[in-house]
Every structure is written in structure tokens, then in C-alpha cells.
Design a protein around this ligand. Structure first.
Ligand code: NCD
Length: 366
């Protein structure tokens, strides 16, 4: 049984094959209209969603299948204290495939321990969002014609923005890509992602000024400041309008640079930019549905296990220090960690004593 928990569960060849299937679905939708007849998708959304949940549901309907589920933890037995594992085990009695979104980081990893169906991570806390990445990759492929040799600017909340984390992981595996990561100091990309880029020798820069980065980009990926992940409301208020892309800033950007955003937008892209032909964020929404159709077909037809990144997992006798990690609340979930050895900050490779990173949420234990 295959699951999609992080984008690295798919090999580059598999992602390329999904893009091909998606192109065929777009060209010949009627050929796919009955592929999932008699099958049920369950959408278990413990957190708010418009696009992700509805695009999964539309995808399943367009494949001829059915949909059950809930939108909001308050509508499920999670409100009575049921664990993720028990919920997923129950839903496996009704559905053939599950798409789940949860506020705790690593929750889908807990789910697969009890799952009898494929599980798709539709967003776990500030951690991963692999199906948004599939939408983003289709957008880049269609609009830029390639997924390699791109200079991508990522701007906004790079700390809690899960779509950014998954997108960096995906594009890192295509040759020649470069990242410019633009954020306030407080919202920089998590250390384990930067360490992975450094280890793989992938060029990246951390910056604070959007204006300086703009003239040199192939794609700009804007993100919302993730209000719901902040511990302090004052900190959110201070950072919420850090970046606003408007017509004036767009004049600094190349004529063929595309603007992406996973949406919802709050204030970070002025609505006047929507009329600019470089604005691609509503195209991303459409591509997301097609890629989810391709993904459902793949997971429902597969039997072998995914290639897993070769990480050695250990127990340390301690709990994960991230209060938003699923291992801090879920019963019967053994805390597991993997070691990391170095981090790169501002172009300098700094050797540090071995640190342990949680296998569920990827937070460094400092
Ligand atoms: C994103 C998410 O939920 O992480 N939205 C989406 O799924 N398209 C981005 C966000 O909420 O800011």
C-alpha cells in the first residue's frame, strides 16, 4: 500500500509520470470519468480548508467515485478526544482512500500506523503539504516549460508555511534549481531544510528585501503569514504585513517571471496584480485538481512500498520538544529521532555537535 506523506515519498520519475497523467486527464477527461466507479474517498479535515478539500472531492467525483468525510475537527469524534489512529482505523472500514489535514505536525505518520487504506497528507501543521506541491509543479511545468534550472524566490512565512517546505524538497531534486528565500529573520526556513540544501550543494540565499531579489527570478512564490501557528498574537501583528506584492514591485520583475501563491491570500498580493498576465495563482488551483486526480489513480493502483529516504531512526528516551508534534498527544506513538550534523547559515557551513530531529515533525531538539 502506498501513502503520500511527504513529497519525497514519490521519486522524481513518479512525479514526472504524474505530470504526464495529468496532461492526459486535461486533454481527455472523458477517458477518466469512470475509473473510480464504486470507490470512496474520505476527506478527514481537522483544520480549515477551501481549495484542498474541495479539489480532492471534485477530483474523486470527476473520476466517477464517491466522497465521504468531515470538514472541521468539531464535527468529528476528535472533539471527544479520539486519537488519530483510531479515527483512521474506523474510516478504513468505510472508505478506500483517505486524504487528511491535521494541525499537529506528523499526524499523517501516526495515521499510517493504523491505516488499512492509502493515506494522503493534505497538510500537517507547519510541516508538509505534498499535494499543493504537485499543483505547484504542474504550474511551473505548464507556465515555465520545465522543472529544472529555475531561480525560485520564496517569500513570506517560510518558517510555518508548509507549502514552501514541500516545494523546496521537490525542486531540490531537479538539476540546476536555485532558491532565494525572502522572509523576516523570525520566519526563516527551518534549519533541517537549510541543512539538506547545504549538504546537497544546492545554491540558496536567505534575504530580507523582496525588491532586491525580484529582477533576477523565474518564479516568485508568495505565502501568507500563518497567523494560526503563532504563539504570540503581538508577534503576528508585528510581522503580518512584512511583504506586499503590488504593481510597483511587479515593475522590477522580469517580463516572464510568474507569480505563484498557494492561496488563501490575505494581504500579501495586491488585488491589482491579478490582472497582470504573470499572475498564476488561480491557474494553480485548477492544476491542483488535475494532479489530485492523477495521484488518486496512482495510489489506488499501486501495491509496492514507496522508496523511503535512508534515515536511521532511534529512540532517545525523551519526548519531542515541539508542542505541535503529534507525538506529544497521540497515545501509543513511540518518539523517534534521526541525527543531523551540520547547518548552513548566511553562506557559512557550521559544524555543530550532533543534534536529533524528530521523525514525525522534523523539529531539531535543542
Ligand atoms: C495552504 C495551506 O493550507 O497550507 N493553502 C492550501 O492548501 N492551498 C496555504 C495557507 O494556508 O497559507
Amino acid at each position: 500500500m502506498r501513502h503520500l506523506l511527504s513529497i519525497t515519498d514519490l521519486s522524481v520519475e513518479e512525479i514526472d509520470a504524474l505530470l504526464e497523467t495529468a496532461a492526459d486527464i486535461e486533454a481527455n477527461p472523458e477517458a477518466y470519468a469512470h475509473k473510480m466507479e464504486g470507490k470512496k474517498l474520505a476527506t478527514l479535515f481537522f483544520e480549515p480548508s477551501t481549495r484542498t478539500r474541495l479539489s480532492f472531492e471534485a477530483a474523486m467525483y470527476e473520476l466517477g467515485g464517491h466522497v465521504i468525510g468531515f470538514a472541521g475537527a468539531s464535527n468529528s469524534s476528535a472533539a471527544k478526544g479520539e486519537s488519530v489512529k483510531d479515527t483512521v482505523r474506523t474510516v478504513g472500514c468505510y472508505a478506500d482512500i483517505i486524504a487528511m489535514r491535521h494541525p499537529l505536525e506528523g499526524a499523517p505518520w501516526a495515521a499510517v500506523q493504523a491505516a488499512t487504506t492509502p493515506v494522503i497528507n493534505a497538510g500537517d501543521g507547519g510541516h508538509h503539504h505534498p499535494t499543493q506541491t504537485l499543483a505547484d509543479l504542474m504550474t511551473l511545468k505548464k507556465e515555465k516549460g520545465r522543472l529544472d534550472h529555475l531561480k525560485i524566490g520564496l517569500c513570506g512565512d517560510l518558517r510555518f508555511g508548509r507549502t514552501v517546505h514541500s516545494l523546496i524538497e521537490a525542486l531540490s531534486r531537479y538539476p540546476g534549481n536555485e532558491f532565494v528565500m525572502i522572509s523576516p529573520r523570525e520566519l526563516r526556513v527551518p534549519g533541517h531544510i537549510v541543512a539538506d540544501l547545504a549538504e546537497a550543494g544546492i545554491p540558496y540565499k536567505e534575504a530580507e528585501a523582496l525588491e532586491e531579489a525580484l529582477p533576477d527570478l523565474d518564479a516568485l512564490y508568495m505565502t501568507r503569514i500563518q497567523q494560526e501557528r503563532f504563539f504570540s498574537p503581538e508577534e503576528y501583528l508585528r510581522l503580518k504585513d512584512s511583504y506586499i506584492l503590488d504593481e510597483e514591485k511587479m515593475r522590477l520583475a522580469p517580463a516572464d517571471m510568474i507569480v505563484m501563491h498557494p492561496l488563501p491570500r490575505v494581504n500579501e498580493i495586491d488585488v491589482k496584480v491579478d490582472a497582470d498576465p504573470r499572475a498564476c495563482y488561480f491557474k494553480q488551483v485548477f492544476y491542483g485538481k488535475i494532479m489530485r486526480m492523477a495521484l488518486i489513480l496512482k495510489l489506488m493502483g499501486e501495491t509496492e512500498l514507496p522508496p523511503k529516504p535512508g534515515r536511521v531512526l532511534i529512540t532517545t528516551g525523551k519526548q519531542c520538544k515541539n508542542p505541535r508534534c503529534i507525538s506529544s498527544t497521540e497515545q501509543g506513538l513511540e518518539p523517534l529521532f534521526y541525527p543531523v550534523h551540520q547547518v548552513m547559515r548566511h553562506g557559512q557551513l557550521t559544524r555543530i555537535p550532533t543534534k536529533y530531529v524528530c521523525a514525525y515533525c522534523d523539529m531539531e531538539q535543542v
